[in-house]
Design a binder for this molecule. Structure first.
Ligand SMILES: [Zn+2]
Length: 325
């Protein structure tokens, strides 16, 4: 879109040429305004400044951006969809864990294969559609044994279609992607894991911590050896969704309390890695989150109506999308 002075003002243009030029110019300004109006606000704010400090790893699929966030640890980010979901590839010496598989809009397996040749175990932070979209591509899938298993998450079609509604996509959808049939394809859990279990990747152990609340099957992965805490949707640095029927606010409060205590007991904890928007946060963010959530629960947050039945409650830098009273 032309942003400078009217190019048709040049003294050298003859009158007839001027009229034609003016027409073309006005059409381009009009078209440009329409195109600009279609860019959603969330998309105009990208990239988040934090990404400047991270090491980007080139991959062939432009739907994804990959960042090395710690040694042998990659954030696989999907910036073209409003959830800006982040999956994590965590490498051991013998195996790797893919903690979430993203939207399923493009091929995350191809990206993972460009980053490692190790056998992959998929483990999901929870089974909301934006974290399990690529599960079907993988053979080895672990899941936590709770009542909210993938089999009970039946409404993926509606959720998936909402993710590609107008205003949700920034830029191009991948070639070959069919919006009409987009949903989460089924997958098979090959092993159930339990709260407190350790998964050994060879020289790297990951502890599974049940952190229900956002969903009943929420887990946090603790990489004690490297001081990394992968929090899924229990914490990420944007409005935290806590309005859906499967969300339990009491359990959420208990889970973030547990994580905040962990940050105080474990001085070697270096980084908190959430599942949306920006992959890195300092551990101090978790006790701050607890205080903000306490404010909300005690009626001291500032709440504003959102879509029908929902409100956004703000305390300091934290925002919670919750059911309206
Ligand atoms: Zn979620």
């Amino acid at each position: 879109m032309w942003r400078g002075p009217n190019p048709c003002d040049g003294h050298l243009l003859k009158r007839g040429l001027f009229q034609l030029c003016a027409l073309v110019w006005m059409a381009s300004v009009f078209y440009g305004s329409v195109a600009t109006a279609q860019i959603p606000d969330w998309c105009k704010e990208l990239p988040h400044p934090e990404y400047k400090t991270l090491e980007q790893v080139p991959v062939s699929d432009p739907w994804f951006e990959v960042y090395k966030v710690a040694k042998d640890t990659f954030a696989i980010y999907e910036p073209h969809q409003s959830e800006e979901v982040i999956s994590y590839l965590i490498l051991g010496k013998q195996k790797a864990i893919l903690f979430d598989t993203g939207m399923g809009i493009s091929d995350i397996k191809k990206v993972v294969e460009q980053l490692t040749k190790l056998p992959i175990i998929v483990l999901n932070s929870h089974t909301h559609n934006d974290h399990v979209g690529g599960n079907w591509e993988f053979k080895t899938i672990y899941a936590i044994d709770t009542e909210f298993k993938p089999e009970s998450a039946k409404d993926y079609l509606a959720d998936a279609q909402e993710e590609i509604a107008p205003g949700e996509i920034c830029g191009e959808l991948p070639k070959g992607f069919d919006p009409a049939t987009y949903t989460v394809r089924p997958w098979k859990v090959t092993r159930y894991v339990h709260d407190g279990e350790t998964i050994d990747l060879g020289g790297r152990a990951l502890e599974v911590l049940a952190t229900p609340g956002h969903t009943p099957d929420g887990i946090t992965l603790y990489d004690r050896g490297n001081g990394l805490l992968f929090t899924g949707d229990t914490y990420y640095p944007a409005t935290i969704w806590l309005y859906r029927p499967e969300t339990n606010l009491n359990l959420y409060g208990e889970s973030i309390d547990t994580l905040a205590v962990l940050t105080q007991m474990e001085p070697s904890l270096k980084l908190v890695l959430g599942a949306h928007n920006v992959p890195v946060a300092p551990p101090s963010v978790l006790p701050e989150l607890v205080n903000a959530f306490d404010d909300f629960r005690s009626g001291n947050a500032t709440c504003k109506p959102d879509k029908p039945g929902r409100q956004v409650c703000t305390s300091g830098k934290f925002r919670f999308l919750v059911r309206a009273n």
